[in-house]
Design a protein around this ligand. Structure first.
Ligand SMILES: [Zn+2]
Length: 84
């Protein structure tokens, strides 16, 4: 188990959170091609190091947040409220 910081609730078990996706990946428009939609849904950068990720605290406050997490050692470097 890992403790993740929710910017609204404070530190909580990772079991309360759900990973949504890359926080910096732009969503394609509604009239995008099937290929663009597949690229958006399935293709990931998967780079080593710090990554901005979108999460939801589904068993807690239910709010969305951005975690900056190291993909190598899973260390969370920052937690921010989602401002969209
Ligand atoms: Zn929360």
């Amino acid at each position: 188990m890992q403790i993740l910081p929710c910017p609204y609730c404070g530190p909580r078990s990772d079991a309360e959170f759900h990973y949504v996706g890359d926080a910096d990946k732009p969503r394609p428009s509604r009239d995008c091609s099937d290929e663009q939609w597949v690229q958006y849904l399935l293709m990931r950068r998967n780079a080593r190091g710090a990554a901005r990720e979108l999460w939801v605290h589904r068993s807690g406050c239910g709010r969305w947040l951005v975690l900056v997490r190291d993909t190598v050692n899973h260390e969370v470097q920052a937690a921010e409220p989602m401002n969209r």
